[in-house]
Design a protein around this ligand. Sequence first.
Ligand code: SF4
Length: 324
Amino acid sequence: MIKCDIKFGYTCNNQCVHCVVADDRRALEDLNLPTDLGTGDWRAILDTYRDVGAEYIVLTGGEVTIRPDFAEIVDYCCKSGLFIGLQSNGRAFADAEMCRVIEPVERIYCTIAIHGSTAAIHDAITGERGSFDQTVAGLRNLRAIGKGVTAKIVISKFNMHALPDILDLLDNVDIKQANFAFPHALGDARINFIDVVPRYQDIKPVLKHLVEKGRQLGIGIEFEAIPFCIVPDSPECVTEIYDLEKSIRLFKPVASTTLDWNEVRPAIKKKGKDCDQCLYGLFCEGCWSEYVDHFGDEELEPVKEASEATIRLISAVAALTADS
Ligand code: SF4
């Protein structure tokens, strides 16, 4: 399968402290270049991807739902026979009118960013008062119109102790999948590094608790950019195993050519000096380079003995690679 992520623009109605695209947006602004694709631009990109056999298009940004041509984008993807993966902060779906845009679309899956269990935490992260209430309403509405939703939570020092409470909130709005992503120190996460990026060692107990609580609530847990050795009891939750699927992953930033995400991703990650001794070395990409550059690699302790968790991981990888 060919999957393509398209950044439709860097404009957003949130101003998250961990925003990874903020540098890209500022670079274009400094050059007086557009920070968002025009309608003609995205039509040409979608046509190209469709013509090379792409089946799955991820609409991402910035925030794609605030574009005046959002409905047109959705319609164009549907008419092109493309499955839509929608990445959004979900605020727009507090509005019933916006829900009607995607309600008839059957081939769509939503990933909605929510970063706190309360307005105080979430709005402090997004920098937008009222964003929490809108995102929660959006989550509720998306489920009410029958859409599949994964909640995407970027871990930070702002929310690390309240992550388990987010699962209660998700349970309350009928969300059954949660992706906890480690912050990538680019853009505003680079500028706010000290305030944003936690140590793996400090979140380890919380991650363990998330898996246990997810099991109790029937919510699937995923960990992104968190190496297997940080969650040794639940390595099957690490999303890197999905990257072992034999799919082609293309990635289109606003102002540069298409990149191969399967090549780029390992190149912007780093492993530790002892990783070659680890059982998971073959599957593992390590962590974001900026993390190792800042904190070193002492926390990356090679897993040397197989356990029940190892067997679960191998089964999960076998199932994924057999399906792809
Ligand atoms: S290969 Fe390295 S980073 Fe990956 S799980 Fe093993 S010790 Fe951790």
